[in-house]
Ligand binder design. Structure first.
Ligand SMILES: [Ca+2]
Ligand SMILES: [Ca+2]
Length: 266
């Protein structure tokens, strides 16, 4: 009340110009918190708009996703804070050329440990044949072998094996740069997060938080180490493609190689 009384006394004796200045300052101070609230509400609305509905409207042409990320799948769901994750969906023609790139956010379901959501299919592709390449920050891209065709008026659920964590810098390669970037983003950073920010200044911290628990720490480092080791072993020990006749009836008889058949991708 002391401040208010002094303000009233000041206004009684102040010139009209000074009174106007004080009133203008009070209006600005009052408007600031309101501006912050409005900005927060707008951000929430934008985030909501970027999150597709899990169930597309009847009759629509859409892809319905039910995707897993391996580090999320192996983490206690109650520890996961990053329930909304960005995915990049590339539609490829039969020659493998990218004909459309779609960005979407999918929502983590703690019961199924899968990310779900739907994406309307662009009209130009509703009668086309295509397959999908799917990527999420921090994870290697995975491409379906299944060809989707003539989806006009229909929905198609896309379920794949969990994407593999480890591509922190998003170049679809596994190398020392992924380690350096994760360490830079982590609580053990020694470069003040310099390498954690890419050339455009964008932070890669979300990508480095492989298990979505809100921290980049020893757990993420262990996941990265394990996955890159397994990936390197697969690269140095090429498997033998599984002959299709092994899965037909009658079945052919071919001896399995010592390194085993390549796992069926999807
Ligand atoms: Ca990489
Ligand atoms: Ca983490």
């Amino acid at each position: 009340m002391g401040f208010l009384n002094r303000l009233i006394d000041f206004l009684k004796v102040a010139t009209p110009q000074k009174r106007m200045t004080v009133v203008a300052m009070l209006l600005i101070l009052t408007a600031l918190p309101l501006t912050v609230i409005v900005a927060q509400q707008q951000q929430e609305l934008r985030q909501h708009a970027a999150t597709p509905s899990p169930t597309p409207p009847p009759g629509s042409t859409a892809l319905v996703f039910n995707l897993g990320l391996d580090a999320f799948s192996s983490t206690d769901p109650s520890k996961i804070k990053d329930s909304l994750r960005h995915f990049i969906i590339q539609l490829r023609d039969k020659k493998g050329n990218v004909v459309s790139t779609q960005n979407t956010n999918l929502t983590f379901n703690k019961s199924t440990k899968k990310f779900t959501g739907s994406l309307p299919l662009p009209p130009a592709l509703q009668n086309s044949d295509f397959n999908l390449s799917i990527q999420s920050p921090g994870y290697f891209q995975s491409t379906t072998t299944q060809i989707l065709s003539s989806l006009s008026g229909k929905t198609k659920t896309v379920s794949l094996p969990d994407l593999t964590a480890g591509d922190i810098d998003g170049d679809d390669e596994s190398n020392i740069l992924d380690f350096n970037t994760l360490l830079s983003c982590s609580i053990f950073s020694k470069d003040n997060s310099r390498a954690c920010n890419d050339k455009t200044g964008r932070s890669l911290k979300t990508a480095a938080d492989l298990n979505g628990d809100g921290e980049v720490d020893q757990d993420d480092y262990t996941i990265l180490l394990r996955n890159l080791k397994e990936r390197a072993e697969r690269t140095t020990s090429p498997c033998t493609p599984r002959p299709a006749c092994l899965d037909t009836n009658p079945r052919c008889l071919i001896a399995e190689p010592a390194a085993g058949w390549c796992p069926n991708q999807f």
